[in-house]
Design a protein around this ligand. Structure first.
Ligand code: GDP
Ligand code: ZN
Length: 388
């Protein structure tokens, strides 16, 4: 980029650095009150041990997160967050607040409890990677897509009924290792199969080996922040390297001194792509569970939800009800039975998770009320009658 002033970085340079990480007018507006307080904006590129690495216009700095609402697991600083940090000071500095998240990628924890765990935030594209080296599992693709489409606006996460797809990330499917399917007709058949499992979702065959499709993928992910999802072995790391270019990987890996005085190489989890856009690659994104993905399930199975609108009964379970439009579509061959099975399975799983989450949220609200009640009594007449 042409630089008018050679010595001092101009504000537009600073904006340019932030823009590489996805800074835009919306973020600038959100940040205005913090700018007025003299704080510096930055994007979290890595989180560990209560601290985080924040990319700012003066480079990547280390920040402590103790001032940012620590008790809510959903509000813990996460890779992808935009934060306001102290403009200067010690190392580490302090992160003072998280800007409201546009999207949050949440998965149910692997434990029996169903609290969600925020894996990445402010994601624009969820790229579901599916290997062509093994037989296609359409059910698994649907599952990944439901997860992708349920990623929701951060502040709505605990209000389980308020999820919105509008604020979620845009999903796409890449069929990796397409060099293994040399027959073009065979490949386009596979693409079509996946398209039926993912109506309205872009399906792109790619090969890191031959480079096919990499440019098309690069163009999509250049507009915003992306994550690569998919099973182990699907080719995510190889694809990330292809998008990043190896030099970038080497440059963005930072040498750091650990607590024992050793030099260790740490890799950032949010990387700027040379072709534009950013890629989040956190180890946690490997496993997948559904967390309150009902709106996502609906998005993946739009054709079933559309059919269901024509069922005679409003609460039709599409099992044996008279006038069921879904069963009629299976009967006449326009809907595959497998799709209805997947739909039922995902809805059931999701309802179990939501039921558990609701119970937890209610318990939390009760606790909160009790605490407020005690506080109210302690404050005596002043607060009496004003607790709501
Ligand atoms: P990850 O676990 O999803 O990160 O998958 P990897 O990127 O580690 O890839 C798994 C395996 O698939 C490795 O042995 C790669 O060499 C292989 N692989 C990745 N991309 C391609 C490709 O485009 N073509 C072929 N033939 N193999 C690939
Ligand atoms: Zn029905």
């Amino acid at each position: 980029m042409f630089n008018a002033s050679l010595n001092t970085p101009s504000p537009s340079d600073a904006q340019h650095v932030l823009a590489e990480y996805g800074w835009d007018e919306g973020w600038e507006a959100e940040f205005a009150p913090y700018a007025a307080r003299g704080l510096t904006p930055g994007r979290v590129v890595r989180v560990d041990r209560g601290q985080c690495d924040v990319a700012t216009s003066d480079g990547v700095i280390r920040a402590d997160t103790e001032f940012v609402v620590p008790r809510d697991p959903m509000k813990v600083v996460c890779t992808g967050d935009w934060v306001a940090v102290d403009p200067e000071g010690g190392d580490p500095r302090y992160a003072r607040t998280i800007l409201p998240r546009r999207t949050a990628f949440v998965r149910s924890t692997s434990s029996k409890r169903s609290e969600g765990q925020v894996l990445a935030t402010n994601i624009d594209h969820v790229v579901v990677c599916v290997s062509l080296a093994v037989e296609l599992d359409l059910g698994r693709i649907e599952r990944f897509l439901a997860l992708a489409m349920s990623s929701s606006s951060g502040d709505a996460l605990l209000r389980t009924s308020a999820l919105s797809w509008e604020s979620g990330a845009q999903p796409m499917v890449v069929l990796t290792k397409c060099d293994l399917i040399p027959d073009p007709a065979g490949l386009s058949h596979l693409v079509q199969d996946v398209e039926t499992a993912a109506p309205g979702v872009r399906v792109v065959p790619v090969s890191a080996r031959t480079g096919e499709g990499i440019e098309a993928l690069g163009a999509v992910v250049s507009g915003g922040t992306s994550v690569l999802l998919g099973q182990s072995g699907a080719g995510k790391s190889t694809l990330a390297n292809a998008l990043l270019g190896e030099e970038v990987m080497a440059v963005q890996a930072a040498r750091e001194v650990d607590g024992k005085g050793r030099h260790t190489t740490t890799t950032r989890n949010l990387l700027v792509l040379p072709g534009g856009g950013a890629l989040v690659d956190t180890p946690g994104l490997r496993g997948v569970g559904l967390y309150d993905a009902e709106s996502g399930v609906g998005q993946v199975f739009t054709e079933i939800e559309e059919l269901a609108a024509d069922c005679r009964f409003h609460d039709c379970a599409h099992q044996a009800e008279p006038g069921c439009a879904v069963l009629a579509a299976i009967e006449d061959g326009s809907l595959r039975g497998r799709r209805l099975d997947s739909y039922r399975k995902l809805l059931r799983e999701n309802q179990r998770i939501v039921a558990k989450t609701d119970a937890r949220v209610r318990a939390e609200i009760r606790r909160d009320w009790k605490a407020k009640g005690a506080e109210g009594r302690a404050n005596g007449a002043l607060k009496r009658g004003r607790l709501r």
